[in-house]
Ligand binder design. Sequence first.
Ligand code: DER
Length: 232
Amino acid sequence: SPIDKAKYVAAKRAADYVEDGMRVGLGTGSTAAWLVRCLGEQVRDGGLRFKGVPTSTRTADLARDVGIEVISLDEAKWLDITIDGADEFDGDLNLIKGGGGALLQEKIVATASDQMVVIADIGKEVEHLGAFPLPIEVIPFGWQTTQALVEETLISMDVLGRQSSLRMNGEQAFMTDEGNYILDLHLQRIGNPRQLALVINQMPGVVENGLFIDICDAVVIGYGDGRVEIRD
Ligand code: DER
């Protein structure tokens, strides 16, 4: 499909950023999966040598499957670059991430990197963040109280919608790699993402939110016709 092609060409172009000896944060999601496959091919066929730090168990499994040497963030300490997808990016290269439920490790790994590059199909570009429901990670203890507190706080924030929902995995609550829950906030439009990110993370029970503010350095945008554009 054109979207798959767009994701692939963005991932392939971003793979060029990875050089021998680098420690690389490997993102999570379908676009990041293309990156991991492209890098695996370069390791197997091109002799590329680097160490990968995954942002989820599923990325770790895929990376090992394609022949990438996987190490932990603790072993790497700092990273040269992280390449990851996004659910939305705006004109300031601020992001909404977490559609795949890996936002906590993704944000930790991205923040530990000298450079963060997002790979995305053009459909992810927005004028204002918020059409995509904002994922926040909360601990299971008292999650419904946390949810009520978050919704109450949203009343005083510059957002259009205030509903939130517990992310499900079939009949069960979705669980992150850390065993936490995800609440998706249906805000429709976020007027002040920087302020919202700060306020949300102050609330007891909230572990992290999917707003990536001043973290992304460049976006590699893929189009369905195979074109690639770089925003930085
Ligand atoms: O969960 C995440 O943050 C992913 O990176 C997500 O935002 C992008 O997933 P996609 O590449 O499958 O659209």
